[in-house]
Design a protein around this ligand. Structure first.
Ligand SMILES: O=c1ccn([C@@H]2O[C@H](COP(=O)(O)OP(=O)(O)O[C@H]3O[C@H](CO)[C@@H](O)[C@H](O)[C@H]3O)[C@@H](O)[C@H]2O)c(=O)[nH]1
Length: 450
C-alpha cells in the first residue's frame, strides 16, 4: 500500500505570477496534495490566482513592491526582475510569521519555487528549509537559451539577417532565428533573468514540466551535467482537478458553439496570456481566417492588440463575412476546447503549456511563435515531431488561408493529425507506467525523505 505523507508535512509553493507559470505550479500542488501533503501557496499581490477556486490550498499573499509604472509597462521581464529584487524580506516574514502560525507551527518540509522566483532559494537557505525549483519550459529550450546567453555575452546578438536561417552548431534543427529572445525590452535584461534562473546553488532538486519522449536527448545531456536529481514529471496539466487557475474569466459559451460544429472542423486560435499583435496583424489574421472558410474559435485577449476595445479593431465587414462560422471570446477554457471533438487544429504562439496541452489532445498545430521559448517549441512541433506547420513570414491573409487549409483539409494536415494522435497515445502510456509515472513516484519519495 502506498505510504501517505506524514501528517502535517507542509510544502510551500511559490509560483511566478503569470498564467503560463501559475497553471503548472498549481497543478503540481494538486498532485502533491493528492499524495497527502498540505500545500501553502505564497504569491505576489500582482496577478494573484483566485484562492476560492482552490479550497484545498492555503494562500498567503506577499507585498511585491511593484510600482504602478512597472505594472502598466506590461514588460514581464522588468516585472519579474523587480519582484526578485523586492520580495525576499516579505517572503521570509510571511514564512516565519503567518505560514507557521496558520499551520499550527508545523515545520515546513520544503519550498518549491518557479525558477524565475529565485529569491525564494536564498530565503530557504536563511531559514534552513530544503528547496526545489520548478522549470515550466522544455529542456531543449533550456539548452537553447544557454546558447543564446553565451552568444549574447560574446557580443554576437542581435544576429545579422544573413545568419538567421543558419543552423546553430550542435542544436539541429534549431536555426539562429529560433533561439529564444524577449522582444519587449533589452536582451540584456532577459539574459540577466535567465542567468539568475539558471543558477541552482543550493536547491536539492529540479522538477521539470516535460517528459522524456519529447525532450529525451536534452534531458539526458542536462542530467549528466547536473549535480542534483531532476524529476521530469510532465505534462502537469494532466494531473489537474477541474479547478481553474485562470486569471481572466473563462467564456464557457464557446463550448456550446463548438457543440454545433462538425468533427475536426474547427481551428482554435489563441496566443496565450502574454503575446500581443499589431492592428495590421489582427486584420490579416481576421481576413485569412475568413477566406479559409474554415470554422474558427478565436481568443482575442483584452490588451493583446494594445487596446481593450479589441472588438472595434476588427476590420470592417469581417464579423458580417464570417457570421456563425466564427466564435470570438476574450478567454476560453482552453483544455476543454482542445479536448472537444470539433477542434481539429490549434493556431498557437507555442507557449510550452499550450504545446503540451495540444499534444496530449492529439491536436495538430499552426505555429506562430512570438518570443522566448516559443520559437524553439514551434521548430520542434514542425520539424521534429512533425505535428504542425510554422507560419514564418510576415502575417499575410493569402498565406494564412493556404496554411489553414493545409492543416485542416489537405493530405499534409491529415498526416500531422495521425502523428499527433500517435504521440497522444504514446504519452498516455508513459503517464500510466512510463517515465513520468516513475518520476512522480520518485519525487514524492524524495520529498517525504526531508
Ligand atoms: O483562452 C485561453 C488561453 C490560454 N489559456 C491557458 O493559459 C496557459 C497559457 O500558457 P502558455 O501556452 O505556456 O503561454 P503563455 O501564457 O504565453 O506562457 C508563458 O509561460 C510559458 C511557460 O513558461 C512559456 O512557455 C511561454 O512562452 C510564456 O509566454 C495555458 O495553460 C492555457 O491553457 C486558457 O486557459 N485560456
Amino acid at each position: 500500500m502506498e505510504k501517505k505523507a506524514e501528517s502535517g508535512q507542509l510544502l510551500v509553493l511559490v509560483p511566478c505570477p503569470y498564467q503560463g507559470h501559475i497553471n503548472p505550479m498549481l497543478k503540481l500542488g494538486n498532485f502533491l496534495h493528492s499524495k497527502g501533503f498540505s500545500i501553502a501557496i505564497v504569491h505576489t499581490h500582482f496577478n494573484s490566482p483566485n484562492p476560492s477556486n482552490h479550497p484545498e490550498f492555503t494562500f498567503f499573499p506577499i507585498p511585491d513592491g511593484l510600482t504602478a509604472d512597472e505594472i502598466s509597462s506590461g514588460n514581464a521581464v522588468t516585472i519579474v526582475l523587480a519582484i526578485n529584487a523586492n520580495c525576499k524580506a516579505s517572503f521570509e516574514q510571511c514564512l516565519t510569521d503567518r505560514v507557521t502560525e496558520q499551520e499550527l507551527q508545523n515545520k515546513i518540509t520544503c519550498i518549491i519555487y518557479d525558477e524565475f522566483m529565485y529569491f525564494s532559494e536564498s530565503v530557504a537557505n536563511d531559514l534552513n528549509i530544503p528547496s526545489i525549483l520548478l522549470r515550466t519550459q522544455s529542456a531543449t529550450n533550456f539548452i537553447a537559451r544557454n546558447a543564446m546567453i553565451r552568444l549574447h555575452s560574446k557580443g554576437c546578438t542581435p544576429f545579422p539577417d544573413s545568419m538567421l536561417l543558419n543552423s546553430v552548431p550542435e542544436l539541429h534543427p534549431l536555426r539562429f532565428k529560433d533561439l529564444p529572445i524577449y522582444i519587449f525590452g533589452p536582451l540584456e535584461n532577459y539574459s540577466k533573468l535567465l542567468t539568475n534562473a539558471n543558477n541552482v546553488r543550493t536547491s536539492s532538486a529540479i522538477i521539470w514540466n516535460t517528459l522524456d519522449c519529447l525532450d529525451q536527448s536534452s534531458l539526458a545531456q542536462i542530467k549528466q551535467q547536473c549535480q542534483v536529481p531532476i524529476f521530469s514529471i510532465g505534462p502537469l496539466h494532466k494531473f489537474a482537478t477541474a479547478a481553474t487557475s485562470s486569471l481572466l474569466e473563462e467564456d464557457t459559451g464557446c463550448v456550446a458553439w463548438l457543440d454545433k460544429q462538425s468533427h475536426n472542423s474547427v481551428i482554435y486560435v489563441s496566443l496565450g496570456s502574454l503575446a500581443s499583435i499589431s492592428e495590421k496583424e489582427l486584420a490579416e489574421m481576421a481576413w485569412g481566417l475568413a477566406i479559409s472558410r474554415q470554422p474558427f474559435l478565436w481568443v482575442i485577449r483584452p490588451g493583446s492588440i494594445c487596446s481593450s476595445d479589441w472588438i472595434e479593431l476588427l476590420p470592417q465587414g469581417f464579423l458580417e463575412a464570417v457570421g456563425e462560422r466564427g466564435c470570438i471570446v476574450k478567454w476560453a477554457p482552453q483544455m476543454e476546447v482542445l479536448s472537444h471533438d470539433a477542434v481539429g487544429g490549434f493556431w498557437s504562439h507555442c507557449g510550452w503549456n499550450s504545446t503540451l496541452e495540444s499534444i496530449t489532445e492529439g491536436v495538430p498545430m499552426l505555429c506562430r511563435p512570438c518570443f522566448s521559448d516559443q520559437t524553439v517549441n514551434a521548430r520542434y512541433v514542425s520539424q521534429v515531431w512533425k505535428i504542425g506547420i510554422q507560419l514564418e513570414n510576415e502575417l499575410e491573409r493569402g498565406e494564412i488561408e493556404r496554411t489553414v487549409k493545409k492543416l485542416m483539409v489537405d493530405e499534409e494536415g491529415k498526416g500531422m493529425r495521425v502523428r499527433a494522435k500517435e504521440l497522444k497515445e504514446k504519452i498516455e502510456v508513459i503517464m500510466k507506467g512510463g517515465s513520468t509515472y516513475h518520476s512522480l513516484n520518485e519525487l514524492v519519495e524524495f520529498i517525504r525523505s526531508f
